[in-house]
Design a protein around this ligand. Structure first.
Ligand code: BGC
Length: 607
């Protein structure tokens, strides 16, 4: 894509987008004004959230510090997409099919598929058009060396200005659906209070443009970018106050965009309370909120999980019972397939405990609404108690299961035994009391490893087939259908190459995708699992959290300087798979025989 050639056009909202005059505007003119923030003085106090002025917004941005601005700072009109893309040829063809049993099998037309992204990881435009800072704007700026390559998300793929070209690309490739998230602090710069008209206009136009391109919108309300003001005010996810603020935000977004959305995710991976939220720099960069202690840890993790779950269920109930929503809604779940390291009873118990802490923790919607017994008995007062009313709220609060399942692990009981570990909060393996490993019991790696910035990720695509059966038949038999809401791979060292000729033939990712999709299909047609969707992470290279810009998951290479995107071999592997087994969307540039066409969800221009 050649973005620079067309930069400079001014945003023109489509249809009647942005015409709601009751929304107070937060203008940029006075944004960077007077207050000077001493963030080191803020480690033990809360900052009140009663003033929603431009000056307070500037105060929040001072907390983040100086930010980078992209070369392109206005919405780009798309240039025509190529009718044929450069792609793998005769000397190294795509990876052949893995499972002959499903070589001729077809997906049903109901299968939802596409590529995925998240607001913080792709949008850039960090402080543009009245946005407030999120905690993820703060961390790379203020938490020294917390990001592997010391990059920030200030610009990343600049999708905030390039979305029209990005959507044109999705259409040209024939991709049916796009899974993306909304930035809470773009809509509510302070997390609550006044709505930011410019942020709303942006998303109005994004939805309108997706509809114009016949691309289905699958939307996540929250993908980890908590408004910073809610940390300052009450410690964000460590306080029950977050439930009401999230609920208000969700109601606004759902009310405005529901008619354009094919499926809703309230949260991306609530387990994020585990390995991200609970490890933020509490007591140093951020205050030690609500008695969680320096470093956050287990207390922060399970408070966060608790309020996330209640926020999800509150929104679900309102959506179905008050708003009358009919689109499927759930939250995404991060989990990996777990195998026992041996045939011992202890290792079998380690597997069960690992599942309880990974998926059982947030699985109340498929059970009686409560936490698993193993969590309650192990965690004691670290785990807030759910009341009968809360359990009733959580139970049934999902229409389908959404699995972000990237890899697999072997689990073993700790050497001192599960019981001793579970009784001792200082045990290094507490609270799961299972030790996971990417090595098979014979010591050989379970598959090829990913980039060093995603060292947790091993290519184990055959794991998805039994995992889909396990979730829907064994662990949660009440699940009616399951979507693989994210799967993907980061080829080693991609960021150390600097030319497309070195990057584009991404063999490990292409291999992973072919086998992964074959195994999803086998789960559906051979094992009888009602798997109804699959989304590859990611639309293109982007900001990979603590690994920064240096770890790449894209099915398109993104040159972060020129912002040109080039489909990698893995993208053609992905498209070829859907050409063979399913339905390609309209406009597929290099696909000769698209089967069917994506139907528009609704009329254009009525936002
Ligand atoms: C997250 C993405 C992340 C990806 C790869 C997923 O769990 O939702 O934000 O980039 O994993 O690490």
């Amino acid at each position: 894509m050649s973005a620079s050639a067309t930069s400079g056009s001014v945003r023109q909202p489509s249809g009647s987008a942005g015409s709601q005059s009751s929304i107070p505007a937060i203008t940029e003119s006075t944004l960077y004004s007077t207050t000077s923030f001493n963030f080191s003085a803020g480690t033990s106090t809360y900052l009140p959230l009663t003033d929603f002025s431009n000056e307070q917004l500037a105060f929040l941005w001072d907390q983040v510090g100086p930010r980078q601005t992209a070369a392109i700072t206005t919405t780009v009109s798309p240039t025509p997409e190529p009718s044929v893309f450069p792609k793998p040829g005769n000397l190294h063809g795509l990876v052949p099919a893995y499972l002959q049993e499903v070589a001729d099998a077809k997906l049903l037309d109901d299968f939802l598929w596409g590529v995925a992204s998240a607001a913080f990881q792709v949008e850039g435009a960090v402080d543009a058009e009245g946005k407030g800072p999120s905690v993820w704007d703060l961390l790379p700026h203020r938490w020294a060396n917390s990001i592997a390559d010391n990059t920030t998300g200030d610009i990343t793929a600049n999708n905030y200005y390039l979305y029209k070209q990005d959507n044109a690309r999705l259409k040209a490739l024939g991709i049916q659906s796009y899974s993306f998230s909304i930035g809470w602090a773009r809509i509510f710069p302070f997390g609550r209070g006044p709505v930011n008209a410019q942020g709303v206009t942006h998303y109005d136009d994004l939805f309108a443009n997706l509809m114009d391109n016949d691309i289905k919108a699958v939307v996540t309300l929250f993908h980890w970018d908590t408004p910073l003001a809610l940390f300052n005010s009450y410690g964000a996810w460590t306080s029950e106050d977050i439930v009401e603020d999230y609920f208000n935000y969700a109601k606004y977004v759902i009310t405005r965009y529901d008619k354009y959305v094919t499926a809703w995710y309230t949260f991306n991976e609530p387990q994020y309370c585990n390995w991200r939220f609970s490890t933020y720099p509490y007591g140093t960069i951020l205050p030690d909120y609500n008695g969680i202690g320096v470093g956050g840890g287990l207390r922060a993790r399970f408070l966060c999980g608790h309020y996330t779950l209640l926020a999800h269920a509150t929104v679900y109930k309102w959506y179905k019972e008050v708003f009358g929503g009919t689109k499927p809604m759930t939250h995404k779940t991060s989990a990996n397939y777990i195998l026992p390291n041996s045939s011992s009873a202890a290792d079998a118990e380690a597997v069960t405990r690992q599942y309880d802490f990974d998926i059982g923790w947030f699985g109340g919607m498929w059970t009686n609404g409560d936490y698993p017994a193993s969590l309650k008995s192990t965690l004691g007062d670290l785990l807030p108690t759910l009341t009968a009313d809360q359990m009733a709220l959580i139970k049934g609060s999902g229409d389908f299961y959404a699995l972000d399942g990237y890899t697999a692990n072997y689990a073993a009981a700790p050497p001192n035994g599960i019981a001793a570990c579970a009784a001792n909060r200082s045990d290094p393996n507490f609270p799961e009391c299972s030790i996971t490993s990417p090595l098979q019991p014979d010591g050989f790696p379970e598959g090829p490893n990913a980039d060093a910035g995603a060292s947790w990720l091993w290519s184990t695509p055959q794991a998805i087939r039994p995992f889909l059966s396990f979730i829907t038949k064994d662990y949660f038999p009440t699940v009616p259908s399951i979507v693989v809401s994210e799967f993907g791979f980061a080829d080693p060292c991609e960021a150390s190459f600097n030319s497309p000729s070195q990057i584009l033939w991404d063999l490990r990712r292409a291999d992973y995708i072919q086998s992964y999709l074959d195994n999803i299909l086998a789960a559906r047609v051979l094992d009888g699992v009602n798997v109804t969707g699959a989304f590859a992470w990611a639309i293109y290279d982007n900001y990979e959290w603590n690994s920064g810009l240096g770890t790449r998951f894209g099915l398109q290479y993104n040159n972060m300087t020129s912002q040109e995107r080039y489909p990698k071999a893995s993208m053609f592997q992905f498209l070829n798979w859907f050409q063979t087994h399913g339905t390609l969307g309209s406009g597929a540039a290099n696909i000769t025989a698209p089967v069917g066409k994506v139907k528009r969800e609704s009329a254009f221009g009525q936002l």
